[in-house]
Write a protein that binds this ligand. Structure first.
Ligand code: DC
Length: 225
């Protein structure tokens, strides 16, 4: 039998199913599950709270270097997979609000912000026994990952999934609003100059259209074997 990969990178666009799949995979393997998107979301929330404009790249970068972001095991049974803290305050749900969705792509395109987040993520990832999820894990954060997966799905399917999640959380955004915000984020994430959303050359590309989480996991298990 092949040796189990020590570092697993899962990249892909918003709502491609990567977080759910990665979380389940990490649990099965007894590895750490690390969703790097929460760090960019936490910086964005900090910028919205403390700055007048998220367009001020210098100020947002300074803030990213100053704030303390922490991710810990879940302390509450309210559907969360982990606790996210920003300067000691629990922001687990706040980082999911529409204002953060609308601004996070811009904040995560700033080179200084990426530098800071990448070095923090690498420190955790390099310890191994990790399933790390994001946009640039296989290309930039852990280019030496033992298994790289790029999980894709059509934008309509992804917006449908996100809309279902949002309704379950009692919010009232429409499918059309989510679809248009997702198209905008895809565009910014995949065309930004630094660490754009792109599959690593050595990544396995999986399309999750029409597949359940179990279906995607089966494909990943086939790769592990
Ligand atoms: O996966 P998510 O939707 O929570 O990610 C939020 C944003 O963070 C997304 O628009 C792109 C950015 N991101 C990134 O640039 N690099 C990562 N490794 C993870 C997320």
């Amino acid at each position: 039998m092949k040796k189990m990969p020590d570092k697993i990178a899962i990249d892909g666009p918003a709502a491609s199913g990567k977080s759910t799949v990665a979380e389940r995979l990490a649990e099965e393997l007894g590895y750490l599950y690390f969703d790097t998107g929460v760090m960019y979301r936490a910086v964005t929330l900090a910028a919205l709270k403390h700055l007048s404009r998220v367009e001020d790249e210098t100020a947002v970068t300074e803030l990213a270097q100053r704030v303390c972001i922490d991710v810990k095991p879940p302390s509450m049974d309210d559907g969360r997979k982990y606790d996210v803290f920003l300067d000691g305050q629990d922001v687990t749900w706040e980082i999911r609000k529409p204002e953060v969705d609308q601004n996070v792509s811009q904040v995560s395109a700033y080179s200084g912000v990426r530098q800071e987040m990448t070095s923090q993520q690498r420190r955790i990832g390099e310890r191994g026994r990790v399933v790390m999820v994001g946009r640039d894990i296989g290309t930039v954060v852990l280019p030496n990952a033992d298994l790289k997966i790029y999980l894709d799905a059509s934008v309509e399917e992804r917006a449908k999934r996100r809309h279902k999640e949002v309704l379950e959380r009692g919010r009232s955004e429409t499918y059309e609003e989510i679809l248009s915000s997702m198209r905008r984020r895809d565009e910014i994430d995949s065309t930004r100059k630094i660490a754009p959303l792109v599959a690593a050359k050595d990544a396995y590309i999986l399309n999750s259209d029409g597949l359940t989480v179990d279906g995607v996991l089966q494909k990943i298990h086939a790769l592990l074997k």
